[in-house]
Design a protein around this ligand. Structure first.
Ligand SMILES: Cc1cc2nc3c(=O)[nH]c(=O)nc-3n(C[C@H](O)[C@H](O)[C@H](O)COP(=O)(O)OP(=O)(O)OC[C@H]3O[C@@H](n4cnc5c(N)ncnc54)[C@H](O)[C@@H]3O)c2cc1C
Length: 337
């Protein structure tokens, strides 16, 4: 166990947070030892992957950071068209997706270039370009910190929803995910219908993209729109896209006829949070080193030396302003620590 570790390179906002205790777990068996350790028993704990979806409020984390350091993947079964691939929690997500694309296994290509580790991906059911992790999820293995046992979760028991799962809500902090198994396909129709992607492929003259071309297209679009955390601190989308009832939408449309919306059924609609934030005038805003990205209003950025609390204060101002202007509550997607 290490002490006083600087987490600046372990969180994509680039905040210089110091952790009192820090432990890396290379084998699931080490977790059994860890939970007997007094430091584990007596301290607040945080399981950290790549730190690309967390905002630390304080510059000292008075507790224990646990990071899964087990990496790699293997094919564990094959059945007709389906290949079951198990990836260990500490594997870099983007690297894993590239490997699957290279192997010609379909299912994850739209999720190319999402930062973070495999173990964190089920936490918020990561999604991009019309695909979510749950679409090709098979099961995961997790260590129960309460009972000390290993538990296997199938898809229904993960309770996946839009940027959510049982791990983000009812079972928050209880399980350390150690490996995730995906059911990938040898052949499948590619999902190219998502707005931006369809448009990009059309403009690039790509008619029937293969899995690699699709993955490259996703990467190119992402790189053109999202700030690279290596240069500008950020955690991707700060807020989730809100879901509103038709009655509220009808009211808003009287003033904003052009409001973008996606029908979800049951009289509900998803509205892009980026549109609301942009309409409220926050795109490109900067106060000190905390700001809103000038190409994507949903991304809050650290231009250099903003503190976690300054970024959080900006997020709260935006949340209040959007609520006042549109009557819509924006829920943070980022985990506030
Ligand atoms: C530039 C950028 C673009 C992004 N784009 C997207 C996108 O398109 N779609 C999307 O969904 N997300 C996106 N994100 C958010 C982020 O990449 C994902 O949420 C990612 O899965 C987080 O992985 P991580 O390893 O960094 O997790 P962390 O930030 O370290 O942790 C996130 C949460 O998961 C928990 N956790 C981490 N590892 C484990 C584990 N092994 N077991 C149990 N709990 C664990 C943590 O306690 C924390 O609550 C983006 C972020 C950035 C910076």
């Amino acid at each position: 166990m290490e002490r006083f570790i600087d987490l600046k390179s372990f969180n994509t906002f680039g905040l210089p947070v110091v952790a009192n205790y820090f432990v890396r777990i290379a084998h699931s068996a080490e977790i059994k030892e860890l939970i007997e350790n007094p430091v584990f028993k007596e301290n607040r704990r945080l399981i950290l992957g790549g730190g690309s979806n967390v905002l630390f409020l304080d510059d000292f984390f008075e507790g224990l950071i646990i990071q899964m350091d087990n990496t790699g993947w293997e094919i564990i079964n094959e059945k007709d068209e389906i290949v079951y691939v198990c990836a260990r929690a500490g594997t870099d997500w983007s690297f894993f997706v590239d490997e699957m694309v290279e192997a010609g296994l379909h299912g994850l290509e739209n999720l190319s270039l999402i930062p973070g580790k495999v173990g964190a991906a089920p936490m918020q059911n990561i999604g991009a370009y019309g695909v979510e992790l749950k679409d090709c999820f098979h099961s995961l293995e997790a260590f129960d910190l309460q009972s000390g046992n290993i538990r296997v979760f199938d898809k229904p028991s993960c309770n996946f929803g839009y940027r959510s799962s049982v791990f983000k809500h009812a079972a928050r902090g209880r399980y350390i995910i150690s490996a995730v198994t995906f059911a990938l396909k040898k052949n499948a129709e590619l999902n190219t219908s998502y707005g931006n992607l369809e448009e990009y492929l059309k403009q690039s003259g790509i008619k029937n993209p293969g899995i690699k071309e699709l993955s490259e297209a996703v990467k190119t679009i992402r790189q053109s729109k999202l700030p690279d955390p290596r240069y500008v601190g950020n955690a991707g989308s700060f807020f989730k896209n809100p879901v509103v009832h038709k009655l509220l939408l009808d009211d808003l449309m009287k003033e904003y006829a052009q409001i973008p919306k996606y029908e979800l059924g049951n009289n509900t609609y998803k509205i892009p949070a980026a549109w609301l934030i942009e309409q409220a005038g926050w795109k490109g805003y900067r106060l000190g080193d905390a700001g809103v990205h000038d190409k994507q209003a949903l991304v809050l950025v650290n231009h250099g030396s903003a503190s976690g609390r300054e970024i959080f204060a900006l997020a709260m101002k935006i949340q209040l302003d959007v609520k006042t202007k549109f009557g819509i509550h924006l829920d943070p997607e980022v985990n506030i620590i």
